[in-house]
Design a binder for this molecule. Structure first.
Ligand code: HEM
Length: 304
């Protein structure tokens, strides 16, 4: 029988050579610890132990698998371990509180949409059904109704904080403008949501609101016609308000919150106005900067 040459075993599967343990006190083994006897065979873990170890590692392995494909660690580290300025206080939580209020509104809104009927003849009774028959319906409806006021209050407080702390100034002007659009969209959500129960109060309040919009200069009459979706407030108005409240505005708010958060992470937060910024060690004194270094109108070699 012909003899075949032995195939080469790949390096990766060859175990590393066993090294003789170092003497106690020398580098490698801590002082006082006896060297392990290589001849003594260690106790082999049972099959059950191995399975248990694998089960313990499973969540980490799964996370590692996802992380390798998303490269999320770098992004999350940059996002979660940002430096915040000295003097940051509770007023800085108002933006996150507004975000939380929006998430509550979105979540409760999804559950309400499962039972609500946007029809002029059934809207009122579907709300009554949610409040009286659906398990936890009254709670979810109440959270959504009161949550809308909470979000409006929080957004104004957050805007006030950014204004009084001067956070609208360079380089955060764009984030301020995005914020103003978010404010308009939040008010639109509150206004369009008010009509949805289609009871006497929401009906007449919406007529007042639409008429107020109509008094605006130039675009006012077009805006009120668009909102009314017909000569009188009725079934078509309800459908239009529902589409704006459920699809159009939430989509825009989610996209703009994404842009808003991106800029917050990229630009960092503003220090409170009463905190003096420290100049880095070795930086040119401000008096020299103002006068123009060396009197030649050049600062650090660059033209001013
Ligand atoms: C849905 C509405 C909004 C959400 C969810 C939101 C969320 C946030 C969050 C989480 C922050 C970072 C933390 C903080 O400074 O509080 C922030 C910062 C900021 N927001 Fe908003 N915001 C909203 C609306 C607004 C409005 C209406 C304005 C102004 C018109 C605004 C202007 C700003 C500015 C300028 C910053 C930067 C603050 C700084 O650098 O110190 N935001 N926002």
């Amino acid at each position: 029988m012909p003899s075949f040459p032995k195939p080469k075993i790949p390096d990766a599967v060859v175990p590393p050579p066993l090294r003789k343990p170092a003497k106690p006190g020398s580098a490698g083994t801590p002082k006082g610890q006896a060297p392990t006897d290589l001849k003594e065979t260690p106790e082999r873990p049972s099959h059950g132990d191995k399975l248990l170890d694998q089960a313990k590692e499973a969540p980490i392995d799964a996370l590692g698998w996802v992380d390798q494909r998303l490269a999320a660690t770098g992004f999350l580290t940059g996002m979660l371990f940002r430096k915040v300025p000295k003097g940051t206080n509770w007023f800085y939580t108002l933006g996150s509180a507004t975000l939380f209020a929006f998430i509550v509104q979105a979540t409760t809104g999804v559950f309400l949409a499962m039972f609500y009927t946007p029809s002029a003849t059934q809207a009122y009774s579907s709300i009554a059904h949610i409040n009286n028959d659906v398990p936890l319906g009254q709670l979810v409806h109440g959270m959504h109704k009161w949550g809308s006021s909470v979000m409006v209050i929080l957004i104004f407080l957050h805007m006030g904080r950014t204004f009084f702390f001067g956070a609208y100034k360079y380089p955060r002007e764009l984030n301020w403008v995005i914020g103003v659009v978010l404010l308009i969209l939040t008010m639109t959500m509150a206004f369009t949501g008010y009509l949805l129960p289609f009871d006497q109060r929401s009906f007449w309040a919406s007529i007042v609101g639409i008429n107020i919009n109509g008094t605006g200069p130039i675009v006012g009459p077009y805006l009120s016609d668009f909102l009314r979706a017909g000569p009188e407030l009725g079934a078509t108005t309800l459908s239009r308000f529902y589409a704006i409240h459920m699809l159009l505005v939430p989509g825009a708010i989610i996209a703009l919150i994404g842009a808003h958060m991106y800029l917050v992470v990229k630009l960092g937060t503003t220090a409170p106005p009463w905190v003096k910024t420290e100049r880095p060690k070795g930086a040119m004194p401000t008096s020299e900067l103002e006068a123009g270094a060396n009197g030649n109108g050049r600062v650090n070699g660059a033209a001013r």
